[in-house]
Design a protein around this ligand. Structure first.
Ligand code: PLP
Length: 358
């Protein structure tokens, strides 16, 4: 009988709550209004001939590299950051190796690492969800071959300072250190240039969030040239599809569009922080396009009540240390207004009082 590898049999199934997502989708940290209109115009010009050809990644890869201030050899376009994570795990992890992650965090690190048969070492964030630098340093062993850190982190929105991250990279020269900057545009802190003087550091970026192209599946992985040569050996030459490749140059040129969207998200973030602050609701101050808030024991009623009023939010209660916490994505100004009005209505309707929340 055909059997999947043991590592795969041991993986838990991961089912993000897709399905009926009608309403305002503040549950997956997507852009709520979509990409630059230039992207759609270019996609509408795709021809049957374009679709019949295998996609040519390199010219667009060079454009993306230039936009990041990198050389083409330092950058690989990927099928979203999800694929970048997968490729790093395939390139560096052997079955007995260790992959260090700080939980709660983005689910794909654990899935891709565990799928190789490596042992996943989960370091819990501090109680206030801040980054446990000392604990991460202490978790590094000679078997550590991958350390994945989302910065800002999902679902908490917290960031780690550059000094701490480089301390980790220096402490584990035998490990690939992935700094996942999927939410970079919303915070502005990057360690991209550190790939030039740290032989084990990789930085990932995505076009799924600020750029509004999650459906096209495209991201970029940057790393030291010698290491990227290894990673490229694992990647399919056709990993990024033609629609994503024609869309990217348009998206990159319309910087204005992304900037104005990011501005709206950042202003909305201040408003949502203030809202939680004034209600006495515990929340995690965020540097990303979402805020994690402690709704408390009524979270199971809160999420469906929001949905009933047309807004999807994400219950993170099953994440480590997150019982009662709900993550809410920020979008355009109009969407934040709708969110705030609905949030007030639902909390009042359910009589979720601030003191019951903490
Ligand atoms: C930290 C982090 N990295 C990566 C991703 C996935 O990015 P992509 O759509 O480029 O695969 C997400 C999506 O939620 C994320 O939160």
């Amino acid at each position: 009988m055909l059997k999947a590898r043991q590592a795969i049999q041991s993986l838990k199934e991961y089912h993000p709550p897709l399905g009926d997502r009608s309403g305002l989708r503040l549950d997956f940290n997507e852009n709520t209004v979509g990409a630059s209109p230039r992207v759609l115009r270019r996609l509408q010009q795709l021809t049957l001939e374009d679709l019949a050809r295998y996609p040519e990644r390199e010219p667009v890869e060079a454009l993306v590299a230039a936009s990041l201030g990198m050389q083409p050899a330092e950058v690989l376009l990927t099928n979203g950051v999800d694929e970048a994570i997968h490729l790093l795990c395939e390139t560096y992890l052997e079955p007995a190796d260790e992959a260090v992650i700080v939980v709660p965090t983005f689910a794909m690190y654990e899935i891709s690492a565990a799928a190789t048969g490596a042992h996943v070492v989960r370091v819990p964030a501090r109680e206030d969800f801040s980054f446990p630098l000392e604990a991460v340093l202490a978790a590094i062993t000679p078997q550590t071959r991958l350390i994945a850190i989302a910065n800002p982190n999902n679902p908490t929105g917290t960031i780690v300072d550059a000094e701490g991250l480089l301390q980790i990279a220096n402490a584990a020269p035998q490990a690939a250190v992935l700094l996942d900057e999927a939410y970079y545009e919303f915070c502005g802190q990057t360690l991209l240039l550190s790939i030039r003087n740290h032989a084990n550091v990789f930085v990932a970026r995505t076009f799924s969030k600020a750029y509004g192209m999650a459906g096209l599946r495209v991201g970029a992985l940057a790393g030291p040239v010698a290491q990227m040569r290894m990673v490229r050996r694992v990647a399919s030459p056709y990993n990024v599809n033609v629609a994503a490749l024609v869309a990217l140059p348009e998206a990159l040129q319309d910087k204005e569009y992304v900037c104005q969207y990011v501005g709206q998200v950042q202003r909305g973030r201040v408003l949502l922080h203030q809202e939680f602050q004034s209600r006495g609701t515990t929340y995690c101050p965020s540097q990303a396009n979402f805020v994690l808030a402690q709704i408390g024991s009524r979270h199971g009623e809160f999420v469906p009540a929001m949905k009933q009023r047309g807004i999807l939010v994400r219950d993170r209660s099953s994440d480590p240390g997150c019982d009662g916490w709900v993550r809410i994505t920020l979008g355009s100004e109009a969407h934040t207004e709708k969110l705030l009005a609905t949030l007030r209505q639902v909390l009042a309707e359910l009589k979720i009082a601030p003191e019951a929340v903490a």
